[in-house]
Ligand binder design. Structure first.
Ligand code: INS
Ligand code: FE2
Ligand code: FE2
Length: 308
């Protein structure tokens, strides 16, 4: 049972009892402390990320992702997209508008257009971190999923399995904490001796920046930010790049690959995740009235037009 207590005008504390588990994830999570979301959520926390009762399109997205995402594939995509030579030039707001018609099929918690999710995340962050010194955090909420433009006709409608869903390292053993783990057994890398030991091709604690993650919206938008010289702080770039890496930020796995810097950034990635995940069931947002504020932040941290 979740209770909400008002601690001050804007902060709600949502305690989770010690016995709370999230049955959908293969490694059950027991929360032993209070989760402070600071914003209202109408659904029980346990009901998020429930993959057991998810519909077919969710399992299809993961089946394909776990089957087709190999080390070679992800490396190849990273090389190709890091060139930012698609010929497309557009600003951040324009990219967000492309998300208007996009539905993320991997997500059991959201069937609204993605631009609403972007603004819901951003507004939830802004409510808890109202200080202008955190304006980069507000903007991060707004832009974190912009890599999903890959699904749009402008980007030739890339497949769902190559764009959305949780991410995982390639070039080393798949960890069992990944949701839909069994689908990895059909992945060619699963039986490849170069890739199926704990560290695989990597040196112990090499650092996530040296790891090839499954290809998708996280890595793509990180490359867009880097290639266009955004002025976002490194905490923001970490959130963008690793927000879908649940086995790491939720299950504490793949510690053999992370270095000190990653561990420092983990705090921010986890902090971000609260807003990303639990704002999915909050109040609908009014896109037009929020536009001027986010446009002003875009101007501060990005060039007017970006290469994609
Ligand atoms: O289904 C969702 C969705 O694709 C999110 O954007 C991603 O960040 C999550 O990790 C994933 O589980
Ligand atoms: Fe995402
Ligand atoms: Fe998101």
């Amino acid at each position: 049972m979740i209770e909400t207590t008002t601690t001050n005008n804007s902060t709600l504390v949502i305690p989770i009892t010690t016995t709370t588990t999230i049955p959908s994830e293969s490694n059950e999570i027991k929360h032993d402390n209070s989760l402070k979301t600071g914003f209202e959520i109408t659904k029980e926390v346990e009901q998020f990320r429930n993959y057991e009762n998810s519909d077919d399109r969710v399992s299809r997205a993961y089946r394909n992702s776990h089957l087709f995402q190999t080390y070679e594939y992800a490396l190849d995509k990273k090389r190709q997209y890091s060139l930012l030579n698609s010929g497309i030039r557009m600003g951040i707001w324009q990219a967000a508008e492309l998300l208007n018609t996009i539905i993320d099929e991997s997500d059991p918690d959201s069937n609204i257009p993605q631009i609403n999710h972007c603004l819901q995340t951003a507004e939830a962050i802004r409510k808890v971190y109202p200080d202008p010194k955190y304006d980069w955090f507000h903007l991060t909420g707004f832009i974190h999923d912009l890599g999903k433009v890959l699904l749009s006709p402008k980007f030739k409608e890339q497949p769902q399995w190559a764009t959305v869903g949780d991410t995982f390292p390639l070039g080393c053993r798949f960890d069992e904490s990944n949701i839909f783990y069994d689908y990895f057994k059909m992945n060619p890398d699963y039986n490849d001796s170069r890739y199926n030991s704990e560290c695989g091709i990597y040196k112990e604690n090499t650092g996530l920046e040296n790891v090839t993650m499954s290809w998708g919206h996280d890595e793509y938008f990180y490359l867009v930010c880097m290639g266009n010289k955004s002025l976002l702080p490194k905490e923001s770039l970490y959130m963008i790049r690793f927000h879908s890496f649940y086995p790491w930020h939720r299950h504490n796995k793949y510690k053999n690959l992370t270095n000190e810097e990653d561990e420092k950034m983990l705090h921010w990635v986890k902090e971000f995740n609260k807003f990303d995940l639990y704002s999915k069931d909050s109040e609908p947002v009014d896109v037009e009235s929020l536009k001027p504020y986010y446009e002003s932040l875009i101007l501060k941290y990005f060039p007017k037009e970006l290469n994609w």
